[in-house]
Design a protein around this ligand. Structure first.
Ligand SMILES: *Cc1c(COP(=O)(O)O)cnc(C)c1O
Length: 489
């Protein structure tokens, strides 16, 4: 890398919308179009209007999410030409067929285990409606999450597990008044609280397991070690409380699914301890931690271990609390380059001279600033230990970026005034990238939107919803019949 030409940022971008639309649709656009609706023409925007299934929610479009990333960028460019305020905001595209696909994958690999979606992972209203319609349960950690699920309609409170072992007394009482009785605990104080606030609770003891093989370990905060389980169960018995089963969480983003084997073995030990204490456990909750890429492997370990340690399970229910697995891949984010810091060209030096004085070509020399950062959707960098890989969505008014385009090492930053707000400290992007261009980010569905703040006055990014390319019809059918029953409106 030698000299960087710094172009004037004002009006740097000029999408010539109509002609370019035809030129730059993805080569597989016909496929996308045919799969999604059947009666649209190549070059025509297949999903411009979208459909209203739930009046309280934004419309649901059809078609591949990449088409909607492009549409979103074109719409944003159009409205910025009209000088609409905040027209170039970052935005998500959510592909609900991805969520549907994950559910099918779950059913195929773990047919015996009922998923209770962990709402905290992404409480998106469409995701919740789709999963409700598909018949999953829900893992809630607070009264607000419980209300959000019950307010959808059509979800019986028995489909909720209050899976936070350390709850406010008022939460336990209010959950009970809403009909939510299944809840976890891992300490003796919680038992006294439950006794006061909901003596009819169906308690699930959360145990400590090996969470050292995961991105986010929970063991330092939650889970009863096996050696204290007998005394906790004795205390519950003494208080006349009903303990119905055991739960664990191997840690979120578990990268060694063999830990499930050990966790199931421990659960077996707790079932036996329960019998000693005078309980007959009927519920095994295997928690979350399922990683998309390792899911089949995790399912294999789990199934093996369950067969080994629970050979007789006719009167037993097995549930899980997957979060990340369902939503991670379903959301993509488009971020707009709002600023750039690049060295000015020095006309007195030749390119060779400049190259010579450059200390380390691997060090980022150009900084890009986009309009979402670690205080927004990219909080996953801080809280969820994610490493972010941006790619180019549009450059200089085109969706086509040639592979031969020169690249350089650069860094990508969020919009706030805090220096911790770094999206990618070092990445490789085309050297021609400038203010007005758009970057894309995949796998932005888990632990992103849910924890985003509006620090420094930056809004949360909007979501464009699509029922997807493949699977669109099924998603549509499931949601429409859920709505037809009067739910989710
Ligand atoms: C966060 C959480 C989950 C979801 O974990 P994932 O790794 O996203 O699957 C499930 N159960 C409990 C109790 C949690 O705290």
């Amino acid at each position: 890398m030698s000299q960087i030409e710094t172009l004037p940022a004002v009006n740097a971008i000029d999408f010539s919308l109509e002609p370019r639309l035809h030129e730059t649709w993805p080569t597989n656009f016909n496929d996308v179009c045919l799969r999604s609706s059947g009666n649209c023409h190549p070059g025509e925007n297949p999903a411009s209007a979208g459909e209203t299934i739930f009046p309280s929610l934004p419309p649901l479009h059809q078609g591949h999410p990449d088409v909607h990333l492009r549409n979103g960028i074109m719409n944003s460019t159009r409205s910025s030409e009209d000088h609409e305020p905040d027209s170039e905001k970052a935005f998500f595209v959510a592909d609900l067929s991805q969520v549907y696909h994950q559910h099918m994958r779950w059913k195929a690999n773990l047919p015996e285990i009922q998923p209770y979606y962990a709402v905290k992972c992404n409480p998106d209203p469409y995701v919740i409606r789709l999963l409700a319609a598909l018949g999953t349960g829900f893992d809630c950690a607070s009264l607000n999450e419980i209300s959000q699920i019950l307010d959808v309609g059509g979800i019986d409170p028995s489909r909720i597990i209050f899976a936070n072992p350390c709850k406010a007394v008022s939460f336990i009482r209010n959950a009970a008044s809403k009909g939510v009785h299944t809840m976890t605990f891992d300490n003796a104080d919680e038992l006294y609280k439950v006794k006061r606030a909901n003596p009819n609770a169906k308690l699930v003891i959360r145990i400590l397991t090996d969470d050292s093989k995961s991105l986010c370990a929970f063991g330092i905060k939650f889970g009863a070690p096996l050696h204290v389980v007998p005394s906790l169960l004795a205390k519950a018995k003494e208080l006349g409380l009903d303990v119905v089963g055991v739960s664990f969480h191997v840690g979120s983003g578990c990268y060694d699914p063999s830990v499930y084997t050990d966790a199931i073995m421990r659960s077996r030990a707790v079932f036996d301890m329960a019998r000693e204490a005078g309980y007959n456990f009927t519920l095994l909750d295997v928690g979350g931690g399922f990683e998309d890429a390792l899911f089949e492997k995790a399912a294999f370990y789990l199934t093996e271990a369950i067969n080994l340690y629970f050979p007789d399970r006719d009167h037993m229910r097995i549930i899980a609390e997957p979060g990340r697995f369902y939503v991670s891949k379903a959301f993509k984010l488009a971020g707009h380059i709002i600023a750039r810091r690049a060295p000015l060209p020095d006309p007195s030096k030749s390119e060779e001279q400049v190259a010579k004085v450059e200390e380390d070509p691997d060090q980022p020399k150009v900084m890009y600033y986009i309009n979402d950062g670690v205080y927004g959707a990219f909080n996953c960098i801080l809280f969820d230990h994610q490493v972010i890989h941006p790619y180019v969505l549009s450059m200089n008014g085109s969706f086509h970026v040639s592979a031969s385009e020169a690249k350089h090492v650069c860094s990508v930053w969020g919009p706030t005034c805090d220096s911790i707000d770094c999206v990618s400290p070092k990445t490789v992007l085309p050297a021609g990238l400038q203010v007005g261009d758009w970057l894309g980010f995949d796998n932005m569905g888990a632990y992103t939107v849910c924890a985003a703040s509006q620090f420094n006055g930056f809004d949360l990014s909007n979501v464009i919803y699509t029922s997807g390319g493949i699977g669109s019809n099924e998603v549509h059918k499931v949601l429409a019949s859920f709505a037809a029953e009067g739910n989710g409106l």
